[in-house]
Design a protein around this ligand. Sequence first.
Ligand code: NAD
Length: 407
Amino acid sequence: MASYSDILDRLRRSFSEGKTRPAQYRVAQLEALGRFLDENKTELVQCLKKDLNKSPFEGEITELSMVKSEINLAINSLSSWMKDEPVSTNMAMYLDTAFIRKEPFGVVLIISPWNYPVQLTLIPLVGAIAAGNCVIMKPSEISQNTEKVLSEGLARYLDQDCFAVVCGGVEESTRLLAEKFDYILFTGNPTVGKIVMTAAAKHLTPLTLELGGKNPCYVYDDSDIKNAARRIAWSRFLNAGQTCLAPDYVLCSDKIKEKLVAALRTTIQDFYGEDPKQSPDLGRIVSDRHFQRVASLLKGGKIVVGGQTDESERYIAPTILIDVAESDPVMQEEIFGPILPIVTVSGLDEAIQFINKREKPLAAYAFSTNSQIINQFLDRTSSGSFCANDGIMQTTIMSLPFGGVGE
Ligand code: NAD
């Protein structure tokens, strides 16, 4: 088996020869990636089922079709993205032309997590191919079935002189990170993000970090409670809560708390039936370690919906917690599981104070029928993205940028 430096040498040689530069080459690789998705759809969907118990519908909508849309966007936009961008000159340069030329970086490393193991590996890949780079991908070892299909399958579709998949966990990642790359795209948790950034700093390699955090969701008194409950429950419990953009906790006043809990209870029953464990639509926690971590967050606060667990299946029922204190474990870290704590606040001002005391979240949500409340929330908080009266739907708008702010 080739060593990492052999793989890098191979990719670097192809890059220096200019293999990835022509637009036709980039389009051909993007089309090959599309064929990989189409021709291996059944296998990919089965792997997502094995790794995370994603239903075929969920696997297709939240993973495969997201990558397909990204491929289409890249192919349709490529010629305009690649064009030199003219800029205006000044008096001294009056007769000259000035422009910005878009250049590929070189060899890019993509390190991805297990929660959306297909799209979080392949969407960065689409960008890297479109920009004319060679790429080494390191999918998560935890979603092991998907890791296997990606590593074996992609090699049959993409040009092996320019694209490679490396399997493994911390040890392999660490060895890879010791090598010099020209750009690193990392998605994962903030602790590992710091390790990746430190490794990149040694080579002064530029990087993009897509991390996690606790996303607040404020429900104002005048909200359409039934609608809010359905949209919050859908976005929180999708993929068993293992979504970086999911609402992590709810802030609302005491006045509407009971009504909101009742609406969430009805919604959970509606979505997952009397016994959510039997539902084909509810995912499972990805590993025993993560199951232990998420289950331990059930201590603290009062369980008013759900709370059941089954370690043998890594099952945790969609759970609503009330009477949650700021000091409870569930409020100390990103939950990344099917638990939704509700914290009561007196009103909008206290909700905003509560949010602004913490790290800036990856996403923030507010529910209200009054646009002034929404606008005040938006003006006085800061987050990677914001969505009013819905959860995580902002990610479906392809022309919006994606990312966090600060940590
Ligand atoms: P993780 O950080 O544990 O793992 C991500 C990748 O890093 C994996 O490929 C893993 O093998 C590698 N890795 C793990 N430890 C490492 C180490 N010590 N040195 C080098 N590499 C190492 O993340 P995860 O648990 O797979 O994913 C969950 C996290 O990802 C959550 O915090 C979530 O919010 C975040 N996330 C963010 C986004 C986003 O777009 N912002 C999307 C999905 C997930």
